[in-house]
Design a protein around this ligand. Structure first.
Ligand SMILES: N[C@@H](CCC(=O)N[C@@H](CS)C(=O)NCC(=O)O)C(=O)O
Length: 241
């Protein structure tokens, strides 16, 4: 069985889409990132970057102790390789897909994330207009990269559906909130409509991690504790020998 340490955000949903496409049994282990579950000693053993998702495969190929993997891109590569699907094994096909997985991890994920972050900065933190423009432009540029890529290909890596498509979809699910007009990106839109209609994509996007919290039920003390934990994160001290 695979344990997916998960919270329902785009980075988590990349992996649930793949697990649903593969039809592999998995167990969701909630990592409530708003409460700070990502900082516990137990979680840091499998997710040393204090971010989710992370995965533990209790039945790795070839047997032996469980294998744990963090970083959504690495988890996607691991699961696709294990299942022998959605990642070609020939050298050309494999790197056609891998380069787009890394593109997503190094560009689309971080830039879309920062666009969201700077759009939510409280007013008392000063003028954010440069950062907001910078990341809105990057998001627009990256939609253009996908649109141009999909101009003469059905899928991101070519004729076949792959983990490059699954990893790139969740961050585009809220294109409207990102200020994007899909009329500008018609080749991307054709792909997006096809992706959105896939039953496994719909199931993966709908995976939750328990009942959502009622924000009104969080005490002011707890809100303050979370604010201190989550904002201005700096290096954690190394273990003492
Ligand atoms: N590159 C990482 C990014 C993971 C990431 O940023 N996860 C966010 C949620 S989407 C998180 O765990 N945030 C917790 C925090 O900021 O403390 C991946 O793709 O796995």
């Amino acid at each position: 069985m695979i344990d997916l340490h998960y919270w329902p955000t785009p980075n988590g949903k990349k992996v649930t889409i793949l697990l649903e496409e593969l039809g592999l049994p998995y167990r969701i282990v909630p990592v409530h990132i708003g409460k700070g579950d990502q900082f516990t000693d137990a979680y840091l053993k499998i997710g040393p970057n204090n971010r989710m998702p992370a995965m533990v495969d209790n039945e790795p190929l070839g047997g032996g102790p469980p294998i744990s993997v963090f970083e959504s891109g690495a988890i996607m590569l691991y699961l696709a390789e294990k299942a022998g699907r959605f990642l070609p094994t020939d050298i050309r096909g494999k790197y056609e897909v891998t380069q787009w997985v890394i593109w997503q991890m190094a560009n689309q994920g971080p830039k879309f994330g920062e666009r969201g972050h700077f759009s939510r900065v409280p007013a008392d933190q000063g003028d954010q207009s440069y950062a907001q423009r910078r990341f809105a432009d990057e998001v627009h540029r990256l939609y253009g990269v996908l649109n141009n890529r999909l101009y003469d290909r059905r899928y991101i890596a070519g004729d076949d559906y792959s983990i490059a498509d699954m990893i790139s979809y969740p961050w585009t699910a809220s294109w409207e909130l990102q200020g994007i007009d899909l009329g500008e990106f018609k080749y991307f839109k054709r792909w997006w409509d096809e992706m959105s209609a896939r039953p496994a994509v719909q199931r993966g996007m709908a995976v939750t991690a328990g009942t959502p919290e009622d924000p009104a039920a969080i005490s002011p003390e707890e809100q303050e504790r979370r604010r201190k934990l989550l904002y201005n994160q700096r290096a954690r001290p190394a273990p003492v020998e």
